[in-house]
Design a protein. Sequence first.
Length: 332
Amino acid sequence: MDQVNSQKPHELLAEHLDSEMVAVNALIRDRMASKHAPRIPEVTAHLVEAGGKRLRPMLTLAAAKLCGYSGADHLKLAATVEFIHTATLLHDDVVDESGKRRGRPTANLLWDNKSSVLVGDYLFSRSFQLMVETGSLRVLDILANASATIAEGEVLQMTSASDLRTDEDVYLQVVRGKTAALFSAATEVGGVIAGVSEDAVQALFEYGDALGIAFQIADDLLDYQGDSKVTGKNVGDDFRERKLTLPVIKAVAQATNEERAFWTRTIERGKQEDGDLDQALALMAKYQTLQATRKDALAWSAKAQAAMEKLPEHPLREILSDLADYVVARLK
């Protein structure tokens, strides 16, 4: 296998978009500055410069280039997407009372909750300034709706995470909110700014939506069967945190009265004992819910790849299609 083919899709994407991402990063640094409140760039830089793949802004750049865009507004939209993402991370860490992100202490731990919430609000404001500068009301509509959907998804997750009445439809709503909404908005605005046909814009939306859902389902599955050295999470963290993710939802739906009592005690009431994780895994094995969850993730990945097929041939189209396969490749 040659060097190019051995690269991961997100690495190839970064390579293709290197000059644009340099410009996006410069724009991010410029717009997260504050003359009057130095804590804003301090907190923002801690998270923005902590690493990460910058996948969401790259999706915007890739979608625009794939559609033949030659202007500069896609840089502003990529920065917008990253600001929205960063703002939600700051808020999420406060809500989840997290102490680490990407292996580093969270901003709310290093500073305080108030700083994280207010800086997150500042980044949301900056994101709206950037999207307005493109002069596209439709772009503003797409990203504003995505921001609202993200917030809605977080509230829905908070109220449904430990409720055994949560079914697969509610789970999908949560996933669309917390993950897929920004993925689909990121790709959709790339097509809109390029002025392509409605069919192409819809295909880009479908790709981002399916990619985000596949990504999140795979992440939830790996919580129960992943390598902690690779995922950075201990097996069963979601169970210990009483999160109803798809493997458990599928097991609860098929549970006997005795099994449902187990899920009520461990998830709804949070009264967990030694051996409960093993029992949960045994119930998931009984109903083959890990296999069923894997099948769902692969199906959403296939939907993303099918959406890409509707777009013009382009090297970036192949990379984006490979990316959809890559997010679930660790499940195979």
